[in-house]
Design a protein around this ligand. Structure first.
Ligand code: ADP
Ligand code: MG
Length: 473
């Protein structure tokens, strides 16, 4: 996309070959591995190509330096395969906010992509490849995805229980993971077809061109389980929708299971015929919501454990860092997983686990850091309200038992929910010494392990503070 170059005017020596960035991305994914791609390289965007150099945008200085020092040669090699005149890569730092406006508009992308069918090429990666690493066992469950997981399991046990099953959620929320897990479970006993809607369109167009429509129909109509990922990208011509509709009905009639994912509910799909939408709505429609703090924290922990099982030298990420990431990276599970990959890459290369400051730099483009997003004042009043004490009592120097715990709780919550330093926290609690602050934090940390009621109270307060409207971005 974004081939904004003017090469044909400026350089007539070479016949115009446009660089297909999506193809370059697919190759980077294959050659450098999916983890590295997802954690670092995916952030690169093509900006311009001119006189043998390619200009790429990157979201932060740190990522630019990281990529330059580690992957630049390989990226250049890949670029040269596509266009041998390319001899240099330049970077331009475009921070997240700006980038969102210029690249991420979904509708714009769709229009762009429609004109240029080459984007389909990269979806061959997904073509009926069921990934054994995305299964039900490593799908971490929380309140936002529980129903989706249960329905998916049900379908895996008993075909056509819910038919079709339609799962929708924003990007990076686990749709493909779930669909893949269903396919994985069913593929031993059934003929499973797992395909992205882009690929479906591509196959369709190809079969028309090569006069293979009959084969195409047979192929799809012969499946027991048809799983179509990202149906929002299916926006093809009437003829294709017609074919899809018939395939869909034929499959339902013979009792095959159909599972569909999308980024929005059926009635919000654009460019898809009404009758198809209404058939989508006829089964079970469920969504996956954004993960809450608890789910994010569980995923961070699970992912750290998982990464440690792959390597012999264990990396121990501190609870503080884990909590920090769980707290700060909230846009999607994909970004959360990407963050952990980055921390591990850093730790392996520098042979040291990053501290909080380094973590902030490493994850800068993923964090929504706003200082004082959670105000100390708000924490204090929430805790006071919960324990039914007054703020004066909490801030006083009195040591009555009924005041000490709430005070320590408020101090502890301030430490984990804000990025304030110990002396700063001390100041907010009537100029207490930073050693008092440490003592409070440690006491509560310890008690959380042994005192279930206290632990539950803290979780409750934490959620209340985090998800209070004022603290939403
Ligand atoms: P989507 O298809 O909704 O864009 P994906 O299924 O590709 O999202 O998920 C993005 C990443 O997050 C993948 O690496 C996936 O394995 C991981 N992921 C998503 N949800 C979960 C979950 N509940 N537990 C563990 N990993 C998850
Ligand atoms: Mg997906």
């Amino acid at each position: 996309m974004n081939n904004k170059n003017n090469l044909n005017k400026k350089n007539e020596k070479f016949p115009e070959i446009k660089l297909d960035w999506s193809l370059v991305q697919s190759e980077m994914k294959i050659k450098l591995g999916k983890d590295i791609y997802e954690s670092w390289l995916k952030k690169l965007n093509f900006v311009e190509e001119f006189s043998g150099y390619v200009l790429l945008s990157v979201p932060s200085r740190f990522i630019r330096d990281w990529i330059t020092s580690r992957y630049l040669d390989q990226i250049l090699q890949i670029l040269k395969i596509h266009k041998k005149e390319i001899s240099r890569i330049e970077f331009k730092i475009i921070e997240k906010k700006q980038e969102e406006n210029s690249f991420n508009s979904f509708e714009n992308n769709q229009v762009l992509q429609n004109k240029n069918v080459s984007f389909i090429k990269d979806s061959y990666l997904q073509y009926n490849r069921i990934d054994p690493n995305k299964n039900f066992e490593n799908f971490v469950v929380g309140s936002s995805n529980k129903i989706a997981l249960e329905a998916s399991k049900k379908v895996s046990e008993n075909i056509s229980h819910y038919n079709p099953l339609y799962v929708y959620a924003g990007v990076g929320m686990g749709k493909t993971h779930l669909l893949n897990a269903i396919g994985l479970n069913l593929k031993n006993k059934n003929k499973v077809m797992f395909i992205s809607a882009e690929r479906f369109m591509y196959q369709f167009v190809k079969s028309i061109k090569s006069n293979d429509m009959v084969k195409f129909k047979e192929y799809f109509r012969g499946t027991d389980v048809l799983i179509i990922d990202d149906i929002q990208f299916m926006n093809g011509k009437e003829a294709m929708q017609e074919e899809f509709f018939h395939t869909f009905n034929a499959l339902l009639d013979k009792g095959s299971q159909i599972i569909i994912s999308a980024d929005r509910p059926p009635n919000k799909l654009t460019r898809i015929q009404e009758r198809i939408k209404s058939r989508f709505s006829g089964g079970l429609v469920i969504d996956i919501q954004k993960p809450d703090y608890d789910l994010r924290n569980k995923i961070v922990k699970a992912k750290c454990d998982e990464l440690n099982t792959f390597y012999s030298n264990q990396i121990t990420i501190s609870e503080d860092i884990k909590n920090f990431i769980s707290f700060e990276v909230k846009t999607s599970i994909r970004e959360l997983v990407g963050s952990i990959n980055r921390i591990f890459s850093f730790a392996r290369i520098y042979n040291k686990v990053p501290n909080i400051t380094e973590t902030k730099v490493i994850l800068k483009d993923l964090l929504s850091l706003k200082e004082n997003k959670v105000s100390i004042d708000f924490i204090q009043s929430s805790v006071c309200k919960f324990f039914k004490i007054s703020k004066n009592e909490m801030l006083s120097s009195r040591r009555s038992r009924y005041l000490v715990r709430p005070r320590q709780t408020a101090i502890y919550l301030t430490k984990i929910l804000t990025s304030k330093s110990l002396p700063e926290i001390g100041r907010e609690f009537s100029n207490r010494d930073h050693t008092t602050i440490i003592h409070s934090v440690k006491t509560i940390e310890k008690l959380r392990k042994s005192d279930e009621e206290l632990n539950n109270n803290i979780d409750f307060l934490k959620n209340q503070i985090l998800y209070h409207k004022e603290n939403e971005i």
